[in-house]
Write a protein of this length. Structure first.
Length: 227
């Protein structure tokens, strides 16, 4: 951890008097920027901090704090950035600092972007970046084939719901003004709307009309015994 020094002032380093916010401490520090670093965050990331501005950061959040909030938000999506900032202010024994909410939000977005790029590079190195890789490898019992493996009548067991949970995202279902989410999901678990719309009019009714399914005759009311 950097040692506590006086508030911001003129220093000899390229990043002078930046405020560092950690989970249990706050302090000001000056960093010397190596000649090989073009941007301030290249220096800050070496010290396990991420600045809240790409060019002239005055506040930097520790990677430990960002990682902790990321896990807390995964476990409880209702736990907001504002709640995290209020917790930090309480731990630091200072009044609530509204501008830190904006700073943490900016740093957290950059943190998630970094994690996504790292994950993409790992997938490329492991050759897991193909569009159908997840489909071919998600369930080894279903998709891995052995030599001389007998052919099964049903190779896949698939369960599909009516997408009722996702319909709650569309507020127009309840007769109010819909609020569109223009963000793009990074995970390949989400299929883009444009890809789904390609098959909107491809329903083939031929097989449905020639279905040979026969309902069993009604044998009367059934009796259920409760044990």
């Amino acid at each position: 951890m950097p040692s506590e020094v006086d508030p911001p002032g003129e220093g000899d380093g390229s990043i002078a008097g930046i405020e560092l916010v950690d989970m249990f401490s706050r302090c000001y520090e000056t960093f010397i920027t190596p000649a090989c670093n073009q941007y301030p965050n290249e220096t800050l990331i070496r010290h396990e901090y991420l600045g809240c501005s790409p060019l002239y950061p005055t506040i930097a959040i520790s990677l430990c704090t960002l990682a902790a909030f990321c896990q807390q938000h995964h476990m409880c999506p209702h736990f907001s950035i504002q709640a995290q900032v209020k917790s930090l202010c309480h731990l630091h024994e200072v009044p609530y600092w509204p501008s830190l909410t904006t700073a943490l939000s900016v740093a957290y977005d950059a943190y998630l972007e970094i994690l996504e790029h790292v994950d993409q590079e790992l997938k490329k190195a492991l050759q897991q970046d193909k569009p159908n890789w997840r489909l071919l490898n998600e369930c080894p019992a279903c998709f891995y084939k052995l030599q001389d493996e007998p052919v099964l009548d049903f190779e896949w067991l698939v369960a599909i719901d009516g997408n009722n949970s996702l319909k709650h995202w569309d507020s127009s279902t309840y007769g109010v003004m819909p609020h569109e989410d223009t963000r793009t999901a990074c995970l390949d678990l989400w299929i883009p709307t444009s890809d789904v719309d390609k098959y909107a009019n491809d329903l083939d009714l031929g097989d449905e009309l020639s279905d040979d399914w026969v309902d069993e005759p009604d044998t009367g009311p059934s009796i259920c015994y409760r044990l």
